[in-house]
Write a protein that binds this ligand. Structure first.
Ligand code: UDP
Ligand code: MN
Length: 482
């Protein structure tokens, strides 16, 4: 889900989620009959007709009739003929008067598709879903109760998985929704307070949303400026909404007692390179909302902060929105809503690290088990994302969010190869620090040995070694501007 095609593992970092069971608590809950009604909005591109219909049937079957205002299907310019007449005929016959179909005249992307659905909605509350989800009984009542109590809450039903090969339901652990600095979303452990309170049916505070399922008061969503319509295709809007609602006076939470299951597809029936639009969208979020922490997004994507050549479009209206809503600053959000998020304020230089001796090769994480940095033809992706800090440490690897720090370089005084490990665990920290500035040598502060490149029969004809300094120089692609 929301899986980055190249790196789906990023989205499942919540592997250390503790076990929790909330079934018995949820059954006890009772809800007022008088709740706000809801419009359910599904967006799709070339989704299988049968899958859309499963979503619609389960919505009708499991949402109390007096609360279901309507169902809106937004066709984001599909070309599958089944989704034209046949879809329309079926739903009109089966659910007369219940289903509105909105057709985009060109491919707008999921962000603007959701906005089109919202425009067509007339319910007091709007629920947004991928068109391959299934609802469980009583999914709606707890959600609408929380919104009735406070219309500034954005509510995320808990997501379970429908296995795409068998349609088998797989229950996921209770979790919040977080993200890394590239703004790819992922499940995260619920806050410590939630565990300490011991009520696994209680709402889970969440810094952002995965995005395949969220419910919000219709007018309040409009007041918040909906999603950022300047974003294209996919990704980033889910993080923007989380940041925005928290900074501008509302909140976002996952409800363990409301469960919606989602099919995580292997292959998307649109656009093969979503990363380029997600990156562009992420820069919009960074520039509008993140104040000086925007540097972290540039760092994570390995983009220079100036002259990067990426056209992220006009953000003036979003900046004006932030001002008009009198929103707090991003540091408040990190301190109070996403304290687990790792900060990288100590970065001086970032990007690929190259030696003057072999400029086509870059320092690379190599195999984790070898605990040593290596050389590899430059590509600038995760394993080659280097970082030199104010403290004088070198890190290599994609930025995490809440997990372990990326590994760092050490001279262990014995080996001729630089070690790559978790430097927090090294007692003699001087062994992990280095003298360096752009186009200078890399010199270990404890041993005085230099990191250099020699000719060898490994790593593309070269090897990375620690030796007596011979004057080799290094550069790191980007310089941080705070
Ligand atoms: N979508 C859309 N227009 C697009 C791309 C995606 O309407 O250009 C819809 C898609 O049909 C789906 C939702 O956006 O209902 C989310 O996409 P997807 O399910 O592929 O993302 P995932 O759940 O894997 O993150
Ligand atoms: Mn989906």
């Amino acid at each position: 889900m929301r899986a980055h095609d190249q790196a789906p593992k990023l989205h499942r970092t919540g592997t250390h989620l503790k076990k929790s069971s909330n079934a018995k608590w949820c059954k006890k809950a009772s809800f007022p009959r008088d709740l706000p009604n809801i419009s359910l909005i599904f967006i799709f591109v070339n989704e299988a007709l049968s899958v859309i219909l499963r979503s619609v049937h389960s919505a009708v079957n499991h949402t109390p009739a007096h609360l279901l205002k309507e169902i809106i299907l937004v066709d984001d310019y599909s070309d599958d003929e089944q989704l034209k007449g046949p879809l329309e005929d079926y739903v009109n016959k089966r659910y007369p008067g219940m289903v509105k179909i909105v057709r985009n005249q060109k491919r707008e992307g999921l962000i603007r598709a959701r906005i089109e659905g919202w425009k067509a909605a007339s319910g007091e509350v709007t629920g947004f879903f991928d068109a391959h989800v299934e609802f469980t009984p009583s999914w709606a009542e707890p959600v609408l109760t929380r919104i009735k109590e406070d219309h500034k809450r954005i509510i995320l039903p808990s997501i379970d998985n429908i296995k795409h090969e068998s349609f088998e339901l797989e229950r996921y652990e209770n979790s919040g929704h977080g993200y890394n600095w590239e703004l790819w979303c992922m499940y995260i452990n619920p806050p410590k307070q939630w565990w300490d309170d011991g009520d696994t049916s209680a709402p889970i505070r969440t810094p952002a949303m995965i995005g395949c399922s969220f419910v919000v008061n219709r007018d309040y969503f409009g007041h918040l400026g909906l999603l950022d319509s300047g974003m294209d295709v996919y990704g980033g809007e889910n993080i923007e909404l989380g940041i925005k609602v928290w900074l501008c006076g509302g909140s976002m939470e996952v409800l363990p007692c409301s469960r919606v299951a989602h099919i995580a597809r292997m292959k998307k029936p649109y656009h093969s390179n979503i990363a380029s639009s997600t990156r562009r969208n992420a820069l919009r979020v960074a520039e509008v909302w993140m104040d000086h922490f925007k540097s972290h997004v540039y760092l994570a994507w390995n983009i220079p902060m100036e002259n990067h050549g990426i056209d992220y479009g006009d953000i003036s209206q979003r900046v004006a929105l932030r001002k008009s809503l009198h929103c707090k600053n991003f540091e408040w959000y990190l301190d109070n809503v996403y304290p687990e998020m790792r900060r990288y304020n100590n970065t001086l230089f970032y990007g690929e690290i190259r030696s003057s001796k072999a400029t086509h090769l870059c320092m690379d994480q190599g195999e984790k088990v070898n605990h040593t940095a290596t050389l590899h033809p430059c590509h600038g992706m995760g394993p080659q994302l280097g970082r030199y800090t104010k403290e004088g440490q070198f890190f290599l690897g994609a930025l995490g969010s809440t997990g372990e720090e990326t590994r760092c370089l050490m001279d262990d005084q014995v080996s001729n190869f630089p070690q790559l490990l978790n430097c927090d665990k090294v007692s003699n920290t001087r062994l992990t620090t280095w003298h360096f500035s752009q186009n200078e040598s890399i010199v270990n502060r404890a041993t005085g040995r230099c990191l250099e490149v020699i000719q060898a029969n490994v790593y593309f004809g070269h090897s990375l070694v620690l030796q007596t300094c011979s004057g080799q120089r290094w550069s790191i692609k980007n310089t941080m501007k705070q």
